[in-house]
Design a protein. Structure first.
Length: 216
């Protein structure tokens, strides 16, 4: 039985849950999954039974509780240094932490007007809302600039898949759902994330959940 339990929300909607789930699955870190259905009258109470923040995700490990996606990622990086979840190079690692923190705290217009709906398709919806164009251009710049400087070793932001890619995976989903225009370099990066075995597994899980709920 795995030492880890990851508490997550609905796979179609919970962008924050996707991040550590994708990271752990792709890195081969075994865990038990505890799902909580969102947007229900008792959702808050259900989450509070696991996490004091009343938000998902939360990671349980040997009596410890770690909540917040980025905190979980940092904890895993410390536990599994040989998996190199952050880049090995100090300059690349600093960049990875910077863009991950920016993703964590910013892009409010993008979050508000282009919510994650991983199996939905809503071309163009929300793209004209205030602040969205600026957020989109910033994401595209981050992807292009990081890939150009640090991505020679593979198809992801820093070559191999890592924490920064997990942090931006829900944005890849949003860009796909809302058909956000991207250039060839960004498209190649999006396709690499979208076709990850772990990402495909999450998407199939989202589809199965929505079918079970009778809304997909």
């Amino acid at each position: 039985m795995p030492d880890f339990t990851l508490v997550i929300g609905d796979k179609n909607y919970s962008s924050w849950s996707l991040r550590p789930w994708l990271l752990m699955t792709q890195a081969g870190i075994g865990f038990d999954e505890a799902g909580i259905r969102l947007r229900q009258p008792d959702t808050r109470q259900q989450i509070l039974a696991h996490s004091p923040s009343a938000k998902v995700p939360a990671l349980k490990h040997q009596g410890l509780l770690i909540w917040d996606s980025l905190a979980i990622a940092e904890y895993l990086a410390e536990l599994f240094p040989h998996r190199h979840l952050w880049p090995r190079d100090v300059a690349a690692r600093a960049r990875a932490r910077s863009i991950s923190a920016e993703m964590h705290s910013g892009f409010q217009a993008l979050r508000s007007h282009l919510p994650m709906d991983i199996i939905g398709r809503h071309p163009g919806k929300g793209l004209e809302a205030e602040g969205v164009a600026g957020d989109i251009e910033r994401v595209r710049h981050i992807w292009r600039d990081t890939r150009s400087q640090y991505g020679a070793g593979g198809p992801f932001l820093f070559g191999p898949f890592g924490i920064a890619d997990a942090m931006f995976a829900p944005v890849v989903s949003r860009f796909t759902t809302y058909d956000v225009p991207v250039d060839a370099q960004c498209r190649a990066y999006m396709e690499a994330v979208w076709n990850l075995p772990a990402m495909r597994k999450w998407i199939e899980g989202a589809r199965a959940q929505m079918n079970a709920y009778g809304t997909g």
